[in-house]
Structure formats: structure tokens, C-alpha cells
Design a binder for this molecule. Structure first.
Ligand SMILES: [Zn+2]
Length: 396
């Protein structure tokens, strides 16, 4: 079945009314809703809200009820009282089911979560407080408990899992400054994690983590003495040259990819009974899917032994860039368009007009992709909410 999905925040359902919003979205042709179960820090301007349209989120609180006995002491996310009091997820499930709409649990794993676990530590020894390290056994046990908890509820058809890998140096809390013109090489090197778990995992794979860390640190410190090192955001030659010429760093990167694969394997086991569809986002930070390896995700046919679906956040304005992203993923992962979901942002910066969106979703359909997911109800003006009817008609 063609799937026309929409990401929705819980606070927008509470504000607009669960049943009326779900009914309206169903009338507009949406047949799959992905609703946030827990989220990260943010402040969002939500144009349809009459009262307080500027909405600050509370990072890491749970909008779905959770079972305390599944978590280690101090690890269970705090419940959001408004969502729990409103019986949010059981009511969404009921409203969605009565209209044949699927429900996905849109879940943030390791980004900006106030949990007691270890964080990413870069080559300079600095902690990234916005990123729990995916290699830490405690962090993985937490995620397994969370996904198992969500899976056992019977409300969801699928899980959309985000931020299960590494986050990268630039994925901070959004007030960061750096006075250097960092290029892709410098950002990559600052993104590698040298925490206890990552170094131990690399050593277990016969990689000399101490030597890699010293080499990366030395290179970054030398770069910081220049007044604008690197090739900037679009250059990739220095990064590829560095990786070709530093096989030990490349081996360390391969170890990071294996660490992320282990997270996904744990999560797949946690969704085993009952079996939910497990979908993951490719690259989370507005990058092409070809950058997913920097977050720890290997795009190969083996991916399908870990997950059912890959959601591409191909939030590009130019349809040509969306086309390139789709083809790269299909060619890299053994051509399974039935497993690929095209994510599209309907915000003006990425989708200037309806014709632009229609061109992009038709392009996906022509490649055999039968699932799209649109971002996101809360940010859309009334005019753009009405676009949903045309998009679902065109794609369906
Ligand atoms: Zn680590």
C-alpha cells in the first residue's frame, strides 16, 4: 500500500484536539502518522497555535507512559504530565485505527537526553554533552529497554528511530560558535569518539586506539593554528585524502560503524515480540545520505539484516539533489525501493511551493518508492496543511 506519512508533535495534537486533528489529516489523505514519543531540546514557532505559538520543548521527557520495572535505577525518562493525563497515545491509536491510519513511534535515542550514561568524548578530550555514546553498554541497555517498552504496548505499527549513532561535532545544542572555517575533514576528526567504550571496542578489533587518538589530536591542534583551515563545507578531497593516507584512522572509523550496527541489532531484538517495523533515519543533520557513515551508519545491502526501512531526510530544495540522494541509497543498498521512505520537509526554505514538492514526490514514485513522510504538522501554515491533499493525491 502506498504510505503517505506525516510527522506530528504531541503538543500539536494536545493543542488542536487529538480526534479532530487525526480526522482532518485522514481526510487530507494521510495514512501514517509518526508521533514523537520523546524528543530533544528546542524552541519552535508553531503558526496554528492561538496561545503561545513559540513552544519550548523539554528534552528527554516521555509523552508515552513507560514501565518503570524495565529500566535501571535513574534511567527511565520523566513522563510529560499533560500527555499522560490526556491519555495521548491510546487515544491517537483509537482515532487513527478507526480511519485506517498507521501509527509510528518517532523516537529519539541518544541526542540531548538527560540520562546518567557516558557521552561522546572527542580526540581533544572534550565531552559532547548533547550526545550519549552509542557504544556504552549502559546506553545500549537503556535504548533496548525503551524500544522494548514501546514495542510491547500495542499502539504502534512501526518505530522511527533517530539519533541511534554518533552525532558529529556540529550537532550541538544550537548556540555553538567556532572562530575557524572548519571543513569536512576537521569536522570529521572532531566527531570521532574516544570514550572508554569506543576505545575498548576498537582495541578489541586490533586497532591501536591510543595511537589513533594521538594522531587525530595532533592533526586537529595543528589545524587550529591556521586562520581558516580546510576546504569549507562542500570540499571532500582533504577528507578522502586523509582517510586514504591514515589507514589506522580508517580502521577506527570502521570500528565506529560496527558499534552503531550493534545498537541497531540490539534494537531489532527489542522489537522482536511483537515484531514492529523498524525504520531508521539515514543522516540526521540535514546532510545527504552519503554522509551517513559519519554518524556511524554503513549503507550496504547488509543494512536490511538490521532494519526494515530507511527514512531519507532528503530535505533538499532542488529536485535534482533529492534524485541523487535516492539513487545513491538504492544503488548502495541493493536496490530495494520498497524499503526506502522519502522524507520531505514542507517548510518554505526546503519546499518553496507546491509544484516543487510534487516534483520531488513524483520523482520518488517513478523510482518505485511507495512511502513518503512529510515534515511536520506543527510547523505548517494552514495553506501548507491544505497541500497535503494534493500531495497524497499525486503520490497515491
Ligand atoms: Zn564513544
Amino acid at each position: 500500500m502506498t504510505e503517505i506519512g506525516l510527522w506530528v508533535y504531541p503538543w500539536d495534537l494536545l493543542d488542536g484536539g487529538i480526534e479532530p486533528v487525526v480526522a482532518r489529516l485522514g481526510d487530507l489523505g494521510i495514512n501514517s502518522l509518526s508521533v514523537t514519543t520523546l524528543y530533544h531540546n528546542g524552541r519552535f514557532l508553531l503558526p496554528k497555535r492561538q496561545r503561545s505559538p513559540s513552544y519550548p520543548t523539554a528534552p528527554g521527557v516521555s509523552y508515552a507512559p513507560l514501565r518503570p520495572d524495565l529500566y535501571e535505577a535513574g534511567w527511565m525518562p520523566e513522563p510529560d504530565p499533560a500527555a499522560i493525563d490526556a491519555d495521548l497515545f491510546p487515544r491517537i491509536r483509537a482515532a487513527a485505527s478507526s480511519r485506517g491510519i498507521q501509527l509510528r513511534a518517532w523516537t529519539i535515542a541518544f541526542h540531548d537526553q538527560p540520562r546518567p550514561g557516558d557521552h561522546v568524548v572527542d580526540a581533544l578530550g572534550d565531552i559532547h554533552p548533547f550526545a550519549l555514546c552509542p557504544t556504552s553498554a549502559e546506553n545500549r541497555r537503556y535504548l533496548q529497554a525503551l524500544v522494548g517498552d514501546l514495542s510491547s504496548r500495542g499502539w504502534y505499527d512501526a518505530i522511527d528511530l533517530e539519533s541511534y549513532g554518533y552525532h558529529g561535532y556540529r550537532h550541538g545544542s544550537h548556540h555553538e560558535r567556532d572562530g575557524l572555517l572548519l571543513g569536512n575533514l576537521e569536522l570529521f576528526l572532531l566527531s570521532l569518539c574516544f570514550c572508554r567504550a569506543c576505545t575498548a571496542a576498537a582495541e578489541g578489533r586490533n586497532v591501536d586506539a591510543g595511537s589513533v587518538q594521538a594522531s587525530v589530536e595532533g592533526f586537529v591542534r595543528r589545524r587550529m593554528q591556521h586562520d581558516g583551515p580546510g576546504e569549507g563545507a562542500s570540499g571532500l578531497w582533504q577528507l578522502t585524502s586523509y582517510l586514504v593516507n591514515h589507514p589506522d584512522v580508517y580502521a577506527y572509523l570502521r570500528s565506529a560503524l560496527a558499534n552503531t550496527a550493534r545498537v541497531l541489532s540490539d534494537v531489532r531484538d527489542a522489537t522482536a515480540a511483537p515484531r514492529l517495523i523498524l525504520g531508521i533515519t539515514a543522516a540526521t543533520f540535514l546532510q545527504p545520505s552519503a554522509a551517513a557513515w559519519q554518524e556511524g551508519l554503513a549503507l550496504t545491502p547488509d543494512l536490511w539484516t538490521l532494519v526494515d526501512r530507511l527514512v531519507l531526510l532528503a530535505y533538499f530544495r532542488d529536485p535534482k539533489d533529492v534524485y541523487d540522494d535516492l539513487w545513491f541509497v538504492l544503488d548502495s543498498t541493493g536496490h530495494h525501493p520498497e524499503r526506502v521512505v522519502l522524507g520531505q520537509s514542507l517548510m518554505p526554505a526546503e519546499s518553496p511551493d507546491l509544484a516543487n514538492v510534487l516534483a520531488k514526490v513524483r520523482l520518488a514514485r517513478d523510482l518505485g518508492i511507495d512511502k513518503i513522510s512529510l515534515y511536520n504538522y506543527g510547523f505548517l501554515t494552514e495553506e501548507r496543511v491544505r497541500w497535503l491533499a494534493a500531495i497524497s493525491k499525486s503520490f497515491g
